[in-house]
Design a protein around this ligand. Structure first.
Ligand code: MN
Length: 253
């Protein structure tokens, strides 16, 4: 805080003088009346802007496992923040943004596709796409995942990549080479499997590709458990959590 005595010197520049005069004024009005005024201000602000989370057309989907269900590959602490804070915020922000607009009547996928590339809808697009991506990411993982894909998927993996190991190697390279925040995906492109990566909130939905699985490579997905070691996180996800059955379901969905 500025020293009150300095404000009484007439030669001081205008700006600091104004600030400290205000400080002195507040001090001279007495703490108790100031406290009363602040309490009233907070009360009226709370009445005008209710605290309960915004209701809206979009809801945070339940996690397909307990928050500690992916431990120790992804800890309960990471999931509590990633799902409970980050994903929830995308949903809440999306609901606030679409209220009273035609977007409120669309499916989440429609909102993503409709707002993509529209400059004045960037905020809505980012929250909608992040909501879609995270909902898809949770389903892309399972406890005791990894292992061998179902035969229908294995056949397509061999056709596109030569082997499961080759696919995992390409996927890991995509995950680690994505500069900054983003996603690394297994997609169906035409009738062929492919690995692709997207930045920030982007997804293959707007590129004419069908997402089959995804790995979130935003730092918030792994930093608490792996710090800066994104490759270790992605490798562990591929070996121990990735849900090949979900990909096989998506092939025919
Ligand atoms: Mn995330």
């Amino acid at each position: 805080m500025t020293e009150p005595t300095q404000s009484l010197e007439p030669a001081r520049p205008l700006e600091p003088t104004r600030i400290t005069r205000r400080t002195l004024l507040i001090a001279s009005t007495g703490i108790s009346s100031l406290g009363g005024a602040m309490t009233a201000a907070f009360a009226s602000s709370a009445a005008a802007d209710p605290v309960p989370p915004p209701s809206g057309p979009f809801t945070l989907p339940p996690l397909p496992y307990a928050e500690n269900g992916l431990d120790p590959v992804i800890s309960a602490t990471t999931l509590s923040f990633h799902y409970g804070k980050h994903h929830r915020a995308y949903v809440d922000n999306l609901n606030k943004a679409v209220v009273g607009t035609p977007l409120a009547d669309m499916s989440l996928e429609q909102v993503v596709k409709t707002t993509y590339g529209v400059a004045e809808k960037t905020g809505i697009y980012n929250n909608a796409s992040q909501d879609w991506n995270h909902s898809f990411y949770w389903k892309s993982l399972r406890a005791q995942g990894g292992g061998t894909p179902p035969p229908v998927l294995r056949q397509k993996i061999d056709a596109a990549f030569g082997s499961l190991d080759a696919l995992k190697k390409e996927w890991l390279a995509a995950a680690t080479s994505q500069f900054g925040s983003g996603w690394a995906w297994l997609v169906l492109d035409g009738d062929k499997l492919a690995i692709t990566k997207t930045g920030n909130a982007d997804s293959p939905l707007t590129r004419g590709q069908k997402p089959l699985l995804t790995i979130d490579v935003w730092e918030h997905a792994y930093y608490l458990d792996y710090q800066n070691r994104r490759a270790d996180y992605a490798t562990a996800v591929l070996d121990k959590l990735i849900n090949w059955g979900f990909a096989a379901d998506n092939l025919t969905a």
